[in-house]
Design a protein around this ligand. Structure first.
Ligand code: PGA
Length: 260
């Protein structure tokens, strides 16, 4: 049975006390449901406090970004060692908001992915096309380029440790989710790219998440698609009720698949 992987990306929301309160409620809501890998990615300022709150929990901690050097004169940046220090296991890299607003390109993202793997942080590597790229039917090329360039120089063993997230930019924060068929089409394409480059065993091991307006009422259909392994959730992860409902619905959809 597929075990869903659900990650919440809190973006630039939540003070420390709000973050702790949110994660406490999520913890209480999912404590008896272990059939899902759950990750929360608060802003940097809340990582330490959320980490302490998660000490006795199976929920994992992730950061939303990091620098590719372990330390140095890089004002305003946060290093992989600092993330490890607060017990982050995951780090979101290449999110479209970083590509768009902070001009991160695939070469930079590639350096970050390599560093994350080096320090045993699991990158949640985001790829996905813009609306213009979808409308001009370039989406496969765009995603292939992001895939190739951001994973350049990594071995199969390195790649077996990462998580991929397909996030079509036109679906992020817009309420316009990709249809389950559109998601599956791209996920199976990405799975094929993994297979061609790293072989079947690694291709079947790397989770491919979908991200973009995931809500409790669309996660079930998405999870029923064979190549959708979970979700990277933005807006709906900011409320404990909707985030836990996404987790419950994802787990149920996977169970129903086995019994159908
Ligand atoms: P959204 O964001 O769920 O609010 O669309 C997803 C993301 O940006 O990871």
């Amino acid at each position: 049975m597929k075990k869903p992987f659900i990650a919440g990306n809190w973006k630039m929301f939540k003070t420390v006390s709000e973050a702790v309160s949110l994660v406490q409620t999520i913890k209480a809501g999912v404590s008896h449901k272990t059939d899902c890998d759950i990750v929360v990615c608060p802003p940097f300022t809340a990582l330490s406090a959320v980490s302490k709150t998660l000490e006795d929990s199976s929920i994992d901690l992730g950061a939303q970004n990091m620098h590719f050097e372990s330390e140095g004169a890089f004002t305003g940046e946060v290093s992989p060692l600092m993330l490890k220090d607060v017990r982050c296991r995951y780090v979101v890299l290449g999110h479209s908001e970083r590509r768009q607003h902070f001009k991160e390109d695939d070469a930079l993202i590639n350096k970050k992915v390599k560093t994350a793997v080096k320090y045993s942080l699991v990158p949640i590597l985001c790829i996905g096309e813009t609306l213009a790229e979808r409308e001009s039917r370039q989406f496969f090329e765009v995603v292939k380029k992001q895939f190739d360039e951001s994973l350049q120089g990594l071995t199969g063993e390195d790649v077996s440790k990462i998580v991929l997230a397909y996030e079509p930019v036109w679906a992020i924060g817009t309420g316009q989710t990709a249809t389950p068929e559109q998601a599956e089409q791209m996920h199976s394409y990405v799975r094929r790219l993994l297979n061609e480059k790293y072989g079947n065993e690694i291709a079947s091991r790397v989770p491919i998440l979908y991200g973009g307006s995931v809500k409790p009422d669309n996660i079930g259909q998405l999870m029923r698609k064979p190549n959708v392994d979970g979700a990277l959730v933005g807006g709906a992860s900011l409320k404990a009720e909707t985030f836990t409902q996404i987790i419950v619905n994802a787990a149920e959809a996977c169970k129903a698949e086995v019994h159908s």
